[in-house]
Design a protein around this ligand. Structure first.
Ligand SMILES: CC(C)(COP(=O)(O)OP(=O)(O)OC[C@H]1O[C@@H](n2cnc3c(N)ncnc32)[C@H](O)[C@@H]1OP(=O)(O)O)[C@@H](O)C(=O)NCCC(=O)NCCS
Length: 209
């Protein structure tokens, strides 16, 4: 198993992997492959943390990171970070690869000075990599009531004491704009999606939408 930086020659294969991993998981079909496609030219994208995982000679895992912001109660904006999509090909799921890729990426992120991460995800997976509810660190989710414990909104200080070092006791997070490209530009997304082999969209139990 190899983890390495994504190369331009990998782009299409990695977008296809992302589509395979997310297809019908959170909604009928998925949009995460388009998010990735568009994000690589977004200034928030962090190329040094754009990682692929290879096994049996093919790319079966990927993760990307993004710059983000925390908004303090007085309106001050503090640079921060988030990550995702993270994808493991369906043939390789639940074999420990996702956790290996994530832990490797978190270590690289820490080395690059990423002090704090928050994101939306399933704590059943992310707790294995050190994530906990963001509310425990005083970080609120923009789309939920301020005093809500949001079970899918997770955070971790990669550099212990990072929040305190920035004077942050409470702040609010909203995902960067780059994650909403498919909703903002549905026609461009549909044109992009049409370049992939057809797949059946299914409404399944457990989806968010
Ligand atoms: C989520 C994902 C990256 C996890 O990678 P993975 O290789 O399948 O996960 P791992 O085998 O490393 O899982 C480690 C542990 O995390 C937990 N876990 C992983 N996926 C889980 C899930 N879907 N539901 C609940 N717990 C999960 C389990 O405790 C697992 O250990 P176990 O299999 O011994 O019970 C991968 O399944 C995937 O690509 N899913 C589709 C896309 C997606 O949802 N991405 C994340 C968006 S937030």
């Amino acid at each position: 198993m190899v983890i390495r930086l994504e190369q331009p020659s990998d782009y299409r294969e990695v977008e296809n992997l992302t589509r395979e991993a997310f297809w019908n998981v959170y909604r009928p079909g998925c949009t995460e492959h388009y998010v990735l496609n568009q994000y690589r030219s977004n200034p928030d994208f962090i190329p040094e943390l754009d990682l692929v995982m290879e096994e049996d000679g093919c790319i079966m895992g990927h993760v990307m990171f993004s710059r983000a912001e925390l908004v303090l109660d007085d309106g001050t904006r503090c640079p921060s970070w988030t990550f995702g999509p993270i994808s493991i090909h369906p043939d390789y799921k639940r074999k420990g690869y996702g956790l290996k890729l994530l832990n490797y990426a978190l270590e690289k992120a820490r080395e690059l000075g990423v002090g704090f991460l928050c994101m939306e995800g399933n704590i059943a997976f992310y707790r294995h990599a050190g994530f906990d509810l963001a509310s425990k660190l005083g970080i609120h989710y923009h789309a939920e009531p301020r005093d809500a414990v949001v079970p899918y909104f997770l955070a971790q200080e990669l550099i212990p004491g990072w929040l305190k070092s920035k004077g942050i006791t409470e702040a609010t997070y909203g995902p960067p704009k780059g994650y909403f490209v498919a909703d903002e530009n549905p026609e461009a997304f549909e044109a992009y999606e049409a370049t992939f082999p057809a797949k059946v969209k299914l409404r399944l139990p457990g989806q968010l939408v």
